[in-house]
Every structure is written in structure tokens, then in C-alpha cells.
Design a binder for this molecule. Structure first.
Ligand code: S3P
Length: 446
């Protein structure tokens, strides 16, 4: 991926494509394969910047792995087969890696130091450290204000962790998954009461492994997830073929909806309802979208999505829809910029704690391209329907912002140049090639 990416207006998008494997399921599958007993095989794994540290961590834990293309084979021998990492585990920019590994290491009781990039060292970790501590995990955040590095001391492995009833103030699948992983070694039920439904891939995978897990959607919109741990836990190996990532599909969908003359089909995309908020939001904006379900694979719904150029209308987004499209807010903002009328996003303060402060950074860069967008404490408002000017913008070290800005160049008065665009390899390494294969015009410069 070139350092600078320039996208040109004027070409319509046509054809069909597949997406790289789902990022969230990839992380969970790698960890569960590592904790399992036997040979796991994961096909269509996301092989990208965000999963590299997780694979590296498996090496440090002494696991025998083999990655060929996007197929990962892990030979694991349960908890006994893992060794203490003799150097800190570097989680790169990936908060998912850090939070999920903390939960898994808590369950196996191995000491480790989890560290990451400067960006990751700024992300909030007290949200996992505090409840893990309450469960009896000897973990401390060494950074200022509850941030990384995280230090896990050895746990007396024949002593169980405690069960917990946790009420996180913000719905977070990473927090939930961290506690569920730690909960494998708990002596009592681990319950997470979420204010809104966050992605439920962990619950689905746990159920497919035969674990005793319940997920209850309550009448008030909250969700209660409970893991009833077994006395002795041993996980079977996994055999999975992962769906395409709907969060990557999102960029191509909005590209087609906002570029005149476009019609594209995305095959074999994950359609888990906790992840499809963007599709609902776009449909409410009169997007011409066709979703063709193709059944379930390993408990996850998959299907094809066709998106055609559409005259979009402004809309309003608030909880709980925000949680179902939390990673799609940057590209959603671009759709709103092309829509007639006003769009309002609220209840999305959590965007300030992602790879960048996604409210401030998004508003600044879209304003550079002539979008009438204004920041609010918990979201933004957009007066849409005016054409984008083109120009030169920055990724802020955020892969989803970089891809959004690149897509903006496909329908603007002049090209868009995105600096530090190589960050896109974090989640969608073949982004430029995929766009080009659908007819877009792009140029890269080192
Ligand atoms: C993820 C959960 C979300 C999401 C992230 C992946 C996961 O984060 O933004 O990209 O795989 O569980 P939070 O749990 O912080 O909301």
C-alpha cells in the first residue's frame, strides 16, 4: 500500500468482489484456537496489520502455527501447552488484540506484559482492568490514567477466578469478550449487562464450542450475557471459514451509492444483525441496496449485498443503532455528505476513543473537502447535498478515516489525496486493488 493515495472522480463502479475475512471473528478465532486442544483450521482469516500482533503473540506463547495465504492452522494442547512469553507482547495498534489477550491470559494464569503503539497506549484500558481485578486477576495498567502497558502477574493456577456481575457504562464487545474469556476459569457465573447490544460473535463461537452461554435481549433494550463456566474447561479445536468483513464492505457500499452510474455486488459478507446497523441507516436514507441472505455458516449469517448509485436523504442516528454501526461512522458521514438535507448523529461519544478521536478528526478532514459538518460533544451534524471540492487530507493514523477520505475522491470536483494512507493495511490490505478492479481510478505514491 503506497504512503499517499490519490483517488479521481469520474469513473463508475461496476462488478462484484469478495472481502477479506471479518476482523472481529478473526481475532476471536485465533484466540480460541490457541486455547483449544487439537488442530484448528481457520480459512479466510483477516491477514492484516491488526491480526499480525495476535499471530505473533501465539508464537510467543509457544504455539505451533502455519499461515498459508489466508488459511491458518494452529496446533494447540490446551492450557498445559502454553508457555510464559519471555518478552512483552506487542499488540501494535490493535485494542482488540490487547483486550482479548488480557482476558485469555487471565484465564490461563500466565504472566505477561501487553504493550502497544503510542496510539494504543492512549486507549482506555481501565474498562477491562477494573472488572478483571474484581474477578481476582492480578493485572495492573502501568500507563497514566489506566492505560497500557498492562502487567499480568502469575496467578496461582489451581485457584479459580471469581464470577462477576458487570454493568459496563458503554456497550463494548471487546470488554464483554475479555470478561467472557477470563470467565472460562471462573468458579461462578460471569454476567455482563450491556446498555445496548454489542456484536455477539463471542457468544456465537462459545455456543458452537459447547460452552454454557446465554444471551438475553431485555424489553428495555439492554442485553444480559451470562457464561456458566464448567468445573474443568477444555475447548475443542475450531474448523471455520470466515465471512467477508461487513465493516470493509461498508466502504465499497458507500462508494457505489455515492458514485453516479455504479452498481456492485459484494459476495459472502457477514450479516450478523449486531453488525448491520449501517445497512439499516442507509436504507432509511433511500439507498438502493439489495441484501440476499445465503444462510448461516458456523452460526454466523452470510449473504450478498448489491449497492447501486442512489439519491440519498438525510437521517438521524442515535443509540442503539450507533453501537451496531460504531466502526462505520466515518464512511456513514460521507454518505450523509452526499444526501439531501440534514443528518444528525448523537450518542456516539465512544467514537472519541477509537484509532483516532473519530469525531474531531473526521469533521476536520471532511471540512477540508468542503463538507458542511459540525462537531458536537457526542457526534456531528451534516448539511448534505453540496458537492465535495477535493483536496489533500490526513489519515490521523486511522485506517477507517483513510478509506473514507479515499472514497470521497470518487465523487468530488477534483481528486482527493490522502496522506499516511498506508495505515489502510491495518484492516483492508487490498483496498486499492479491490477498488481498481471495480473500475475506480487511483494512484499511489511512496
Ligand atoms: C470490536 C468491538 C468494537 C469495534 C472494534 C472491534 C470487537 O470496539 O469498534 O473495531 O471485535 O469486539 P469496542 O468494544 O471498543 O466498542
Amino acid at each position: 500500500m503506497p504512503k499517499t493515495l490519490k483517488t479521481f472522480p469520474g469513473n463508475k463502479l461496476r462488478g462484484q468482489t469478495h472481502l477479506p475475512g471479518d476482523k472481529s471473528i478473526s481475532h476471536r478465532a485465533i484466540i480460541l484456537a490457541a486455547l483449544g486442544n487439537g488442530q484448528s483450521q481457520i480459512e479466510n482469516l483477516l491477514v492484516a496489520g491488526v491480526t499480525q500482533p495476535m499471530l505473533q503473540a501465539l508464537d510467543q506463547l509457544g504455539l505451533d502455527t502455519n499461515l498459508e495465504g489466508t488459511t491458518l492452522v494452529v496446533n494447540a494442547a490446551g492450557v498445559e501447552g502454553l508457555r510464559i512469553p519471555n518478552t512483552p507482547i506487542f499488540c501494535g495498534n490493535s485494542a482488540t488484540t490487547m483486550r482479548l489477550l488480557a482476558g485469555a491470559l487471565a484465564a490461563v494464569g500466565l504472566p505477561a506484559i501487553l504493550d502497544g503503539s503510542d496510539g494504543l497506549r492512549r486507549r482506555p484500558m481501565a474498562r477491562i482492568v477494573d472488572p478483571l481485578w474484581e474477578m481476582g486477576v492480578p493485572i495492573r495498567a502501568r500507563g497514566e490514567g489506566g492505560t497500557a502497558p498492562l502487567d499480568l502477574a502469575p496467578r496461582v493456577t489451581d485457584r479459580s477466578l471469581r464470577g462477576i456481575k458487570h454493568h459496563p457504562p458503554v456497550a463494548s464487545a471487546q470488554v464483554k469478550t475479555c470478561l467472557l474469556l477470563a470467565g472460562l476459569a471462573a468458579d461462578d457465573t460471569v454476567t455482563i449487562h450491556e446498555p445496548a447490544p454489542s456484536r455477539d460473535h463471542t457468544e456465537r463461537l462459545f455456543a458452537s464450542l459447547g460452552l454454557n452461554i446465554e444471551r438475553l435481549e431485555n424489553p428495555d433494550g439492554t442485553v444480559t450475557v451470562s457464561l456458566h463456566p464448567a468445573d474443568e474447561w477444555e475447548l475443542p479445536p475450531l474448523q471455520l471459514a470466515l465471512p467477508g468483513d461487513i465493516s470493509s464492505a461498508a466502504f465499497l457500499i458507500v462508494a457505489a451509492l455515492t458514485t453516479p452510474g455504479s452498481a456492485i455486488t459484494l459476495r459472502d459478507v457477514g450479516l450478523n444483525p449486531t453488525r448491520t446497523g449501517l445497512l439499516d441507516a442507509l436504507q432509511a436514507m433511500d439507498a438502493n441496496l439489495e441484501v440476499q441472505p445465503r444462510g448461516e455458516r458456523h452460526g454466523e449469517p452470510v449473504g450478498d449485498i448489491t449497492a447501486r448509485y442512489s439519491k440519498l436523504q438525510g437521517t438521524e442516528i442515535a443509540d442503539p443503532l450507533v453501537v451496531r454501526m460504531i466502526d462505520e461512522m466515518p464512511i456513514f458521514a460521507l454518505a450523509a455528505a452526499h444526501a439531501q438535507g440534514q443528518t444528525l448523529v448523537r450518542d456516539a461519544e465512544e467514537l472519541r476513543h477509537k484509532e483516532s478521536d473519530r469525531i474531531t478528526a473526521l469533521c476536520a478532514e471532511l471540512q477540508t473537502l468542503g463538507v458542511n459538518i459540525a462537531e458536537t460533544p457526542d457526534g456531528f451534524t451534516i448539511q448534505g447535498g453540496t458537492s465535495l471540492t477535493g483536496g489533500t487530507v490526513q489519515s490521523h493514523g486511522d485506517h477507517r478515516l483513510a478509506m473514507t477520505l479515499a472514497i470521497a475522491g470518487l465523487n468530488a470536483q477534483s481528486p482527493v489525496t490522502v496522506h499516511e494512507a498506508d495505515i489502510i493495511t491495518e484492516s483492508f490490505p487490498n483496498f486499492a486493488a479491490t477498488l481498481r478492479s471495480l473500475g475506480a481510478s487511483l494512484a499511489g505514491k511512496e
